[in-house]
Design a protein around this ligand. Sequence first.
Ligand SMILES: NC(=O)c1ccc[n+]([C@@H]2O[C@H](COP(=O)([O-])OP(=O)(O)OC[C@H]3O[C@@H](n4cnc5c(N)ncnc54)[C@H](OP(=O)(O)O)[C@@H]3O)[C@@H](O)[C@H]2O)c1
Length: 240
Amino acid sequence: MLNWQSEWEQAKAMTQARTARPFVTATFAMSRDGCLSRTQGEPTVISANAALRMTHALRAVHDVVLVGVGTVLSDDPLLTTRLVPGPSPRRVVLDSALRTPLTARVVTTAGEAPLIVGCTQADPARAEALRAAGAQVVLLEPSCEGVSLAALFEHLQGLGVSSVMVEGGATVLKRFFAERAVDFVCITESPLLLANPLAVRLDDGLSRTLARWSASAVEHMGPDLIRAGPYAGEASGAAR
Ligand SMILES: NC(=O)c1ccc[n+]([C@@H]2O[C@H](COP(=O)([O-])OP(=O)(O)OC[C@H]3O[C@@H](n4cnc5c(N)ncnc54)[C@H](OP(=O)(O)O)[C@@H]3O)[C@@H](O)[C@H]2O)c1
């Protein structure tokens, strides 16, 4: 068991005692100069193997792993737990206009059908095409910035989901933090330097906030530093 896992379990139990929505972990890998990828559209390996396995282990304890459609279009991730024993969580994509390609690996790979969460005004023909390709599609009310997180949480709760791991990308992470919908954070900090004018960076304000956050578990894994722990989810917000 990794150091942070007991903290994660405690934080989950405490959070669930005070809020009805699923427990949310935000996790991402970042270069030393604050980048999430070298450029949009170029999948960038930031974590070394030990940290990658840790991320898969973290996936395995969640009911859902969630990304935005930007990450699907850019990286075409599998979002499974293939590097560790344990179940793969349900894969969820926030995708207002149903831009997820029918050939995306998250759609075409075996396992439980991914859930593509669009907005009510999305093209019904596109929804049907995604369903025919093997995905489940649900259309929820929009907010000013994509799918309403309150509607998302309500839907996931209806499915019996009690924990969600938000893996990015930059836009989705910013939104979950902005809506105070994060309970636990796990950051992989790599010694790599990736900065360039096209790099995808964590939002500046969020970077500053997280630099002040005090992780309760700090662990070296190979070349990477893992910082993890409960996030002081201020007690109010639209998505609570
Ligand atoms: N280093 C890491 O750990 C890591 C992890 C993941 C991704 N990444 C990188 O991040 C980049 C992708 O980030 P990104 O910001 O372009 O895309 P993203 O955050 O994956 O997806 C953003 C898109 O999700 C949709 N969305 C729907 N509802 C939303 C909501 N409530 N809040 C936020 N977004 C919502 C929006 O598109 P619609 O308006 O069309 O719905 C939005 O543009 C890639 O370069 C990828 O490599 C890095």
